[in-house]
Design a protein around this ligand. Structure first.
Ligand code: PRE
Length: 284
């Protein structure tokens, strides 16, 4: 039986691009928002959900991380890393120059990846945020105004738009990480060799005291466990209350991780495992 896979839609989004690159054959369903896609996995409407987590230029996709931590806790079962190229696109009937553009539509993360381009070349345009880059391309395709969208090459093709400026993202080495989620943590079948394995943890400190974070990090350091990411997010319980998301560059095991957990619990911390999963670098 084919597994239904959900993504941030509509067609032509970067998330759809990631899903198409990683999975073939399965039925794919676009959702209007990241929370709607995550809810659909929780409710069993789809077997697998794919959501953006972090971009190399703009950083964490906070909506995804906060929703997964505060609202619907689903295990991460794989990570897909995809190269991201942003292009400026318009209807093919447009024949003026950049200065004629009045509005630019895109997802907030895509706009943020092109800030410098917009500042230099389109300083006076109105920015309109859309639920995805695919939606921005779709809106531009049906509008009679002199407006543009920022998105990927596939969106330009699907919605019949012309790319008028290529590669407008501000830094060349642009990638986005996508989390693959299933309800019960069952693994997914991606037809490629993983480049490595990671374990993502959520650590809550008991209270604000001198050296608390240092002590947490020491538990990993003396076990020679390499961390590839540490980020604090508000606990949403009041100013100054944070938890830490920590990515460890190795799969979960029955010795080191329980050792870290026990050590952190003795310090009054709480440690939750968000997932231990393979990482796939996909070339498109
Ligand atoms: O709007 C899209 O195309 C998405 O898939 C979302 C998203 C994101 O949230 O970061 C995914 C990849 C890019 O970094 C830009 C936008």
């Amino acid at each position: 039986m084919t597994k239904r896979i959900g993504y941030l839609g509509p067609r032509g989004t970067f998330t759809k691009m990631a899903v198409d690159a990683a999975f073939n054959g399965e039925e794919k369903i676009g959702y209007d928002s990241i929370p709607a896609c995550i809810d659909a996995v929780r409710d069993g409407d789809i077997a697998i959900g794919v959501v953006p987590v972090e971009n190399a230029i703009e950083g964490t996709v906070q909506l995804t991380v906060d929703y997964l931590i505060h609202q619907v806790r689903l295990p991460v079962v794989a990570e897909i890393v995809v190269p991201i190229q942003q292009h400026l696109m318009m209807r093919t009937s447009f024949s003026g120059d950049l200065q004629d553009i009045t509005k630019v539509f895109s997802h907030s993360h895509a706009i943020a990846q092109c800030r410098q381009f917009l500042h230099q070349h389109l300083p006076n345009v109105q920015i309109h945020y859309t639920s995805s880059t695919g939606r921005a391309a779709e809106l531009v395709s049906v509008s009679n105004e002199t407006i543009a969208a920022i998105g990927n090459r596939i969106a330009a093709k699907i919605y019949g738009l012309e790319i008028i400026r290529e590669n407008i993202h501000d830094f060349a080495n642009n990638h986005t990480r996508f989390a693959v989620l299933t309800k019960d943590g069952s693994p997914v079948n991606i037809h490629q060799e993983p480049s490595g394995e990671k374990t993502s943890l959520l650590v809550t400190l008991p209270q604000d005291y001198a050296g608390a974070l240092h002590q947490v990090l020491s538990a990993f350091a003396w076990r020679k466990m390499n961390l590839s990411k540490i980020e604090s997010r508000p606990m949403k319980t009041g100013l100054g209350n944070y938890f830490f998301i920590i990515d460890v560059d190795q799969p979960y095991d029955d010795i080191l991780f329980p050792g870290v957990k026990a050590e952190l619990e003795r310090l009054g911390c709480k440690l939750t495992i968000l997932g231990s999963y393979p990482v796939y670098h996909i070339t498109i």
